[in-house]
Design a protein around this ligand. Structure first.
Ligand code: OAD
Length: 241
């Protein structure tokens, strides 16, 4: 693999698994159920589910929001934060971390250039004024929007059937990239699952780091299998060497 200049990294739930945050789909271990084996997507991750039973949905995200604040970034988040810092310190190179994760572990490890395409648990979206506000507490009590005062807050998380955030900047970065790296994602949810094909069609090199082969593995130039806490620091050392 030649030395890249511009890197786009896509991360998924697998990078936060070793921090104790559940993945969505189980990874084959019978003792470890994914979030979607415990909750129905249509109940807790669609606008229709929210309209049907807002308390159920607010409670689901309130619990996840409280839980994530008890977790810590792991070696993989720290390695990417180091890469983000060192890579972007040079004017002739660029690195963008695109995450499907709604946790803030990349930021807490110190990464600066992070796009949360599926939104953030620690943010509230007001359905009345459409503003986003930092949010750490529960929403079940219908608190007022800090910006407009309406009691119309919802989790700032992209649900199925909704448009992910920042797609224009992400595709712009992919077009200018020469390496695309996918970490800890099953490649089951589009448009993120299609980034590898988009990258390939633009002549970008592609690398996958994942615990097991994913639905998209066949599209990557190279796949390395193992735990993110081991593979990511190894790859970062390699790329910075
Ligand atoms: P998934 O749960 O679908 O996949 C997690 C991937 O991480 C699997 O391929 C695992 O093998 C891998 N994995 C697990 N532990 C790992 C570890 N320690 N090191 C490396 N890899 C590990 O999660 P995502 O691909 O992120 O969207 O899911 C994509 C989207 O589906 C989520 O953002 C969410 C979900 O529905 C929305 O809610 C819109």
């Amino acid at each position: 693999m030649h030395k890249p200049q511009n890197i786009v990294i896509l991360t998924g739930a697998g990078i936060s698994a070793e921090s104790g945050i559940d993945t969505f789909r189980s990874d084959g271990r019978p003792e470890k159920q994914g979030t979607w084996e415990q909750h129905r997507i249509e109940d807790v991750a669609t606008p229709e589910g929210f309209a049907r039973d807002p308390d159920l949905v607010l409670n689901f995200y309130d619990m996840r929001r409280a839980d994530v604040q008890t977790k810590q970034p792991n070696a993989a988040h720290h390695a990417l934060a180091r890469l983000d810092r060192e890579w972007n310190a040079r004017a002739d190179r660029a690195l963008l971390i695109v995450t499907q994760n709604v946790d803030d572990l990349h930021e807490r490890a110190g990464a600066q250039c992070v796009h949360h395409m599926h939104g953030e648990l620690l943010s509230a979206l007001c359905s009345a004024c459409l503003e986003r506000s930092p949010w750490t507490g529960p929403m079940i009590g219908r608190p007022a929007c800090p910006q407009c005062g309406e009691t119309a807050l919802r989790p700032d998380v992209v649900w199925f059937g909704e448009m992910p955030y920042d797609m224009e900047s992400i595709y712009g970065a992919l077009r200018g990239a020469d390496l695309f790296v996918s970490i800890g994602t099953s490649g089951a949810v589009y448009p993120a699952a299609g980034f590898v094909q988009d990258a390939r069609s633009m002549g970008v090199q592609t690398l996958e780091l994942n615990l097991e082969r994913s639905e998209g593995s066949g599209w990557f130039d190279e796949t390395r299998l193992g735990a993110a806490s081991v593979l990511v620091p190894e790859w970062v050392d390699e790329i910075l060497a």
